[in-house]
Structures are given as structure tokens and as C-alpha cells.
Design a protein around this ligand. Structure first.
Ligand code: ZN
Ligand code: ZN
Length: 786
């Protein structure tokens, strides 16, 4: 309701002179903060600092809008903790290790890692990362992250890699690491073993082939359905369900493999599902995890059909050297030609793929290092139950994952841009040699830090060429930022960290591995709170993909609407933990709210500030609403759920404050026929509400809050203020519904009669609202008969 015209005396010129919020000054405000050092971490003499285990973003390609949104919310955690009076350690780290980086560099520079000298590829990665990092830090500043830029860390930095290696050596000495050859997920595209946590499932269409086998003893045919006919060569068993009447006469007999003519046993086993295919199943090494379990359980001899290059091995006979896909097509042709194929049908098949390259994985036995985790699961579950989750429901994602863990963690990778495994081996007897912790080791190029083999005395060693799974690095971030083993005094105070913010997509990796590793090293959980936010989707709630053309680019949006609008949009978009939808239209909506608040602040800036006043009932009413707003916002902030303050403030400012209260007291504030005391009460209340709203909003919209605050209320930054206390009685809130509905009623009647808002109208103020009578009469120019 701004169309009501009021005579503005010369005295009442807005102190805020800019007509609109110009977000191009956000950068200048940020520089002011940096110069003032207002976010510097000071440990203080006593008490626990508030430590944020900031996720170091993966520096592998441009930043997704959903990620930027997440970091602006992590900044809200830092800012709200400061306003609670806590010393906040908000580290800025960059994750610069591993497959993501290598894949990006291969694509971006059009090279192949394995075709280049190792040293050269590492250098290329490092250079590319520096370039990407600059852009990333720019964006962090652009959105107002109040982190510790002076001490930013890199997971590929010497001090970080040193820590990863030291923790490995420590766990090795304690017997928690072993080497074993066992079937594991293998991505031939990435050329390495990967952990279960890095496997995703996609519903892919595949052909289910019904193939004739022959029963050796009876000569009858047995039809077996399979999606992997190219693995027939590695079949060592056929199983049928013990309860499946159709096959009970075959128990203990033998099946003859088509094409290869080799015979294998037919056994009853509960793993065979009677409803899938024909109910008879071939067990190969290795088509899926059931195969792995059965080979182990029944001590079958493995025949490896798939090689690490993603091609069929010599075991496949005529199909050797073909890719899995080509091999499959060729064997189907041959089966068809020999009359051994009954039919094929297309089915949707839940296919395990590599989470990085999206390549379907094979299960291949390789010699790898493992970190023990199975025996720790019960303890980890206990720790997970003690960590406070925000929202609480996200704990279950972690518990479900922990409950499904079936093997120890394979931690070695056949890659190059990551922390090296610090092990050398005696060239004669193979005995592993581990150096003392405290240095950064590169065994693929450094000389061994030992004169001779401890076992045989031989003087030549060979360095391990493998690297660690990058989660080995990221899982100790809480230790790194609290200066584990490098600053015992800080570590005692800063560990465990207060809060781990992260996305729900990396619960089974980063969250799980962090708890596992930090527990193994310190006997404690790495943090007390886990904050799990949702993911950024497109406007229809679909994941964003370049191929779908639905990606919202962050830079143009920030350019157009500014960081505050972006941040306010994100906070008010979805409650904590839910996925949120990204679109320019939604951000434009947030921008509108900021314009509203700007105009309101400008209006209020016209009036002088007074220290105290004798309040009128309308003033007491809006302060009652403010008291309730403060309580709700502070509660939301303490739960790190910024949706609550953002939406509560928006509703309060837009509705009760701007549309109703400000209109009710406008005439009074301008002093039209009003005593000075009543006028001052309006001034006092308008400023009190604005001041409190700005403080409450400061963690969400740090730039605009600061700008208005400094123009009107203080030379000092708003970001060193504390959250307000709700000092006013909330009792007048019982009038709220009546005030709002009476005003709406008057507006409606005027509209129906074709009257302007300031035109007089004959109407009485209802008895229930008599305390507000004078303000309401002036607001609506009511002509009353009572
Ligand atoms: Zn891969
Ligand atoms: Zn030796």
C-alpha cells in the first residue's frame, strides 16, 4: 500500500539517498570487511571455538549453482554463530586431488594421462587447478563467504598430503591396513579399483538372452536367461532355487556350457530367484555381487573373463580382445546361428556404474590395500547416533549405508594426481618398507629413505606407483583444520569440530569415511553436528545436466541480481535437507523482496531516531509481533535451518510491518495533527523494528543489511552485533488476525466502490479494535458514526 499520498514536509527527507539497492557495491563492502579484519578467528582464552569443517570444494571444473548455494548457507552458519558471540573458525579449503581432476584435465587439455610422462601430467593438473581455483575463490568472495582466506588450504598441498601419509603409516603400524587380492569394483575407463561408495546404479536397458544349455546326464535342454552371455566362458556353476519344483530332479546333475562344451554342476541354492528368467541361473566370475559371494562360499575356482582394459580375456576363446559390448553381440550371433538362442527380451536392468565416469563397472580381482572397517561398524553406528543431525532424518541415510557395508575399504588407486602411497618394496624379497611419518613422500620418483631391507639386507627398493583414494585425504579434514599433530594446543580446543556441513549425496563417502578415520586415529567422532543440505535441481525438480540444457549458470544470475538476492532466494527456497529448485524467476522473486525492504528502509530513514517513547497500542502490537519474530528466527538459526528466519522475516516485513503497521502510523509519523509524543512513538517503533530486522537478516543478506545499518545506525559493522533479545511483551499478538482482516475489509470495500485508498469512506472501527481506533481512522480516512 504505497499509493497513499502524504504531504512530506521538508524535515522528512530520507537519509538513504539512493533510490534503489545497487548490488554492484557488494564487492566494495566485502573489501571493507577484509580490511577491517572483522571475521578473523581469535581463539580466546577459554571455551570451545565454533569450528566449521568446511567442505573443500572439488576443484575440477566450473562451479555448479547448487554448490554455490550450499556454500552461501554454510556462510550463514558462520555468521549466525558469530552473532551468538562465538569465536568462529571458518576454514577455506580446496580439494584438488584425484579422478575428478584427472578426468577434467584429460578432457580440457585433450590429452591421455597414461600416454604422458607422470611428472608432466602432474604439472599439467597443477596448472589447470590453479586456474580453476582463481575462479572459484572469486565466486566465494562474490557470494560473501566470511571464511579465513589468509590460511586457505589445498588437499594436494605438501602439508595436507603429509598428514594423509602420516595417518596411513600410523594405521599400518597398528595393523589396520592389509593388502589382498579379491574381486572388487573395477572401472576400466578410470583404470582403477573403486570402493562400493563410489558405485552408482543406473537403470539401463539391456537384453536378457534365453540360452539353451544341455543336461549331461539326461540329454534334456535347460534354458538359462542371462544379460551377460559373454561371461558364459567363466561359468562354474548353475543354481536353481531349492523350492523350485521344476528343477528338483536336476539337483546334483551337470550342465554343458553352450559354445564351450565344458561341464559344470547344477546345485540348489536360495540365491536363485524362481521368478527371474527361467529360474535357473549361471554363476560366473564375475557378473555381479551374488557371483562373488557364491564363488567365495562354495570355493569355486575363478576364471577371469574381463581384463582390466575392459576387454575379454583369453578365457573367452574366439571373443578374446573384444570389448564387453562387442563380445556380447558376437556371442549372441553365434548362439543364434547354432540354434542355441531361444529368444531375447529388453529389460530395465539396475546396472552398477562408476560414479565419476558413469562407465558400467566390472568385478575384477586386483591386489589392493584395504583399510579395515567391518569390525568398526558397530562403534561407528553408535557415534552416528550421538552426532546431532540437521535435519534429524538425515542420520538414517548414514545408518542405512553403515548397515550395508560388506567389505573393508579398498584405498589404493592406479592413478597419479593424488597422494602417493608411502611404501617401498625390497626388490629381492618384496618386504614392504614404510618411512617415518612427518615428510611428504613420492615413492614413484624419490629414493627410498632406507639403506637396506630389514629382512634380507638387499639394498634395492622399488617404490609403489599407486595413489590413495581421495577420500583418504578428505576424510581427515577435521584433523587438518584443527592442527592434529602440528599444534597440540589448538587441537585440544578445536577438536572435535563443531559442525560438518555437507550435501546428502556424499553421506556414504565423506561423512562415513570421516567418522571411520577420525575415530580410528583419535577415538572420537570428528564433529558434534552434521548439517546435511539438499541438492540444487532445475525448475521442474530434475537434476541439471549440460546435455539436458537445463543448467542455470551462476555468474550471470549473480551479475543481474547480486549476492544478497541469490542468498535470500536460496535460504527461503526449501527447508533444510530438501532439494531446491534453481531458476532465474525464483531468484528474481527474492530480489523483489529486497527491493521492498530497501524502499521501507528509505521511508523509515526519513524520521529522526529517538531513544525512548511512550508507546501507542499500535506500536505495542507490532513490537509484540517483532518479539515473536525474534524468537522464531533465533530458534531457526540455532537449528541452522535458514529457511525459518528467511521466510519468517519475509512474511513479517511484507505483511504485518509494511502493509499494515507502516500504513497505520504513516500520518502519525509525519505528524499530521498529532502530538509530538505520539509522533515520536511512531518514529521510535519504526526504527526499532527496522534495526532488529536488519540484525536478524544479516547472516542471510550480509551486504544490504550492512549498507543500511552503516548509513542509519552505526559506524561499526552489523556483523559484530549479537542477535537481539525479544524484550517486548507478546501479549498484543492476539489482535493480529483482527487488524489484518479489518484492513483487508476496508481495502476491499474501497475497491468495490471504486475509491482510491486515501478517499474517505463511512465505516466504524469494530469494538475489538478500539485501542487502535485513531491510527485506523487516519490510515483509511474513515468517517465513523460512533
Ligand atoms: Zn570410472
Ligand atoms: Zn628383502
Amino acid at each position: 500500500m504505497t499509493s497513499q499520498k502524504v504531504e512530506i514536509g521538508k524535515r522528512f527527507l530520507p537519509r538513504i539517498t539512493e533510490k534503489r539497492w545497487d548490488h554492484s557495491i557488494e564487492r566494495k563492502i566485502f573489501d571493507q570487511w577484509q580490511e577491517g579484519g572483522i571475521y578473523k578467528f581469535k581463539l580466546g582464552r577459554v571455551g570451545k571455538p565454533f569450528v566449521i569443517d568446511t567442505p573443500p570444494p572439488s576443484t575440477s571444473g566450473p562451479w555448479h549453482i547448487g554448490a554455490i548455494a550450499a556454500y552461501s548457507q554454510i556462510d550463514m552458519i558462520a555468521r549466525s554463530a558469530r552473532m551468538e558471540g562465538k569465536p568462529v573458525l571458518f576454514p577455506i579449503g580446496l580439494d584438488r586431488n584425484g579422478l575428478n581432476v584427472e578426468i577434467y584435465v584429460e578432457k580440457y587439455s585433450n590429452v591421455k594421462m597414461r600416454d604422458m610422462p607422470r611428472e608432466q601430467f602432474i604439472e599439467l593438473c597443477s596448472k589447470t587447478l590453479d586456474n580453476l581455483e582463481g575462479k572459484m575463490l572469486d565466486l566465494m568472495v562474490r557470494i560473501g563467504l566470511s571464511g579465513d582466506y589468509d590460511h586457505k588450504y589445498h588437499t594436494d598441498g605438501e602439508s595436507y598430503r603429509k598428514l594423509t601419509q602420516a595417518t596411513f603409516i600410523e594405521l599400518w603400524d597398528r595393523g589396520l591396513i592389509y593388502e589382498a587380492t579379491r574381486p572388487n569394483n573395477y572401472c576400466h575407463e578410470c583404470g582403477t579399483t573403486i570402493a562400493d561408495a563410489e558405485v552408482e546404479y543406473e537403470d539401463l536397458t539391456s537384453r536378457l538372452a534365453y540360452v539353451y544349455f544341455k543336461v549331461k546326464e539326461t540329454g534334456e535342454t535347460l534354458v538359462i536367461a542371462t544379460t551377460r552371455p559373454e561371461l558364459i566362458c567363466s561359468c562354474q556353476l548353475v543354481i536353481v532355487n531349492p523350492t523350485d519344483q521344476r528343477y528338483s530332479k536336476l539337483h546334483g546333475l551337470h550342465a554343458i556350457l553352450p559354445i564351450y562344451g565344458r561341464e559344470v554342476q547344477i546345485k540348489p541354492h536360495p540365491s536363485a530367484k524362481p521368478e527371474f528368467g527361467t529360474g535357473a541361473v549361471m554363476i560366473c566370475s564375475y557378473g555381479d555381487y551374488t557371483d562373488v559371494l557364491l564363488f567365495r562360499e562354495l570355493s569355486l575356482t575363478e576364471i577371469l573373463a574381463a581384463g582390466p582394459d575392459g576387454r575379454l580375456t583369453g578365457a573367452a576363446g574366439p571373443y578374446q580382445g573384444l570389448s564387453m559390448q562387442d563380445g556380447r553381440a558376437r556371442i549372441l550371433q553365434d548362439l543364434q546361428a547354432q540354434g542355441l538362442l531361444v529368444k531375447t527380451e529388453n529389460i530395465k536392468h539396475r546396472t552398477p556404474v562408476c560414479s565419476r565416469s558413469k562407465t558400467p563397472i566390472e568385478i575384477i580381482p586386483m591386489k589392493e590395500y584395504y583399510l579395515k572397517q567391518m569390525e568398526f561398524v558397530p562403534k561407528l553406528e553408535e557415534l552416528a547416533k550421538r552426532i546431532t543431525f540437521h535435519p534429524d532424518a538425515s542420520r538414517q541415510i548414514l545408518l542405512d549405508w553403515m548397515g550395508s557395508i560388506a567389505i573393508d575399504w579398498p584405498i589404493s588407486r592406479r592413478r597419479v594426481y593424488a597422494t602417493e602411497i608411502p611404501v617401498w618394496y625390497c626388490k629381492k624379497c618384496g618386504t614392504p618398507f614404510l618411512p617415518p611419518p612427518g615428510e611428504y613422500y613420492r615413492p614413484w620418483r624419490d629414493p627410498p629413505p632406507s639403506a637396506g631391507c630389514a629382512k634380507c639386507g638387499f639394498r634395492e627398493f622399488e617404490g609403489d606407483t599407486r595413489t590413495f583414494d581421495t577420500w583418504m585425504d578428505s576424510s581427515v579434514s577435521a584433523l587438518y583444520i584443527s592442527k592434529y599433530q602440528s599444534d597440540p594446543k589448538l587441537f585440544r580446543r578445536a577438536y572435535p569440530a563443531t559442525i560438518r556441513p555437507q550435501g546428502k549425496d556424499i553421506v556414504r563417502t565423506w561423512l562415513h569415511y570421516s567418522i571411520l578415520r577420525c575415530y580410528q586415529l583419535t577415538g572420537r567422532a570428528p564433529f558434534s553436528h552434521a548439517w546435511i543440505n539438499g541438492l540444487g535441481m532445475d525448475e521442474q525438480g530434475e537434476a541439471m545436466h549440460k546435455s539436458k540444457g537445463n543448467v542455470v549458470e551462476p555468474e550471470p544470475v549473480l551479475e543481474k541480481f547480486g549476492a544478497d538476492a541469490f542468498r535470500f532466494w536460496n535460504a527461503s527456497e526449501a527447508t533444510l535437507g530438501s532439494d531446491f529448485r534453481c531458476s532465474e524467476m525464483r531468484i528474481a522473486g527474492a530480489h523483489k523482496f529486497l527491493t521492498k525492504l530497501w524502499n521501507l528502509s528509505r521511508f523509515i530513514s526519513s524520521f529522526p531516531q529517538v531513544k525512548a517513547a511512550k508507546l501507542e497500542p499500535s506500536d505495542r502490537w507490532i513490537l509484540a509481533e517483532l518479539a515473536s519474530l525474534i524468537a522464531a528466527c533465533v530458534k531457526g538459526y540455532r537449528d541452522y535451518n535458514f529457511f525459518i528466519p528467511a521466510t519468517e522475516i519475509r512474511d513479517f516485513v511484507w505483511e504485518a510491518f509494511a502493509s499494515h503497521y507502516a500504513e497505520m502510523v504513516k500520518s502519525r509519523a509525519y505528524g499530521q495533527g498529532i502530538s509530538t509524543a505520539q509522533q515520536k512513538a511512531a518514529w521510535y517503533t519504526l526504527h526499532t523494528v527496522l534495526k532488529n530486522v536488519l540484525i536478524l537478516l544479516a547472516p542471510i543478506t550480509p551486504f544490504m543489511s550492512e549498507h543500511i545499518w552503516r548509513q542509519l545506525y552505526s559506524k561499526r559493522s552489523i556483523h559484530i552485533e549479537s542477535f537481539p533479545k525479544a524484550a517486548w511483551s507478546k501479549s498484543a499478538r492476539h489482535y493480529t488476525a483482527n487488524i489484518l482482516s479489518f484492513n483487508r475489509e476496508v481495502w476491499k470495500i474501497k475497491k468495490e466502490k471504486g475509491l482510491a485508498l486515501r478517499d474517505p469512506v463511512e465505516m466504524n472501527v469494530p469494538r475489538g479494535l478500539s485501542p487502535f481506533r485513531d491510527d485506523l481512522v487516519r490510515m483509511h480516512s474513515l468517517i465513523t458514526s460512533t
